[in-house]
Design a protein around this ligand. Structure first.
Ligand code: DQA
Length: 146
């Protein structure tokens, strides 16, 4: 039997603090809660998810390269604050053939002006934002239909 498709779910800085970090903006779910829901949904869809978090830009870049080497079906990327500043993440997304779906819990366009620019989004296949933890599940469903 063929291997199941793998979806990488990469999370950037401060997302390890989900649940206690500005819950009025990001909700009360922890990243582990979200990972659990993604694993359940992936199982229903016949896929595997690889959920990771780092506060370090280079780790996220290495994992994007790893997803390519691993022939991942897609990457869901919440680059958090790096979304708005990282040329290196933008370049890493362009360097791989794996489609990247940009994910955000909040809607950055409805917040401070500096969040309206997304270097990640400019290199990504598509973006899902503003639905809280549901953004990740919507992105997983979208990834499986690519
Ligand atoms: C975020 C939005 C970013 O602007 C912010 O820096 C984050 C979280 C979100 O998921 O809503 O850290 O990516």
């Amino acid at each position: 039997m063929a291997d199941k498709p793998v979806i990488y779910v990469l999370n950037g800085p401060n997302l390890n603090l989900l649940g206690m970090r500005e819950p009025e903006i990001y909700g009360s779910d922890t990243l582990d809660d979200i990972a659990g829901r993604l694993e359940d949904r992936a199982q229903e869809l016949g896929a595997d998810v690889e959920v990771r978090q780092s506060n370090h830009e280079g780790h996220l870049i290495d994992w994007i390269h790893e997803a390519e080497a691993d022939e991942a079906k897609a990457i869901l990327l919440n680059a958090a604050g790096f979304t708005h500043s990282s040329v290196a993440l933008h370049d890493a997304i362009l360097a791989v053939s794996v489609p990247v779906i940009e994910v955000h819990l909040s809607n950055p366009h409805a917040r401070e002006p500096f969040r309206r620019k997304s270097l990640v989004g400019e290199a990504s296949y598509g973006t899902i934002s503003g639905f809280g933890a549901l953004s990740y599940l919507l992105a997983l469903d979208a990834a499986m239909q690519l």
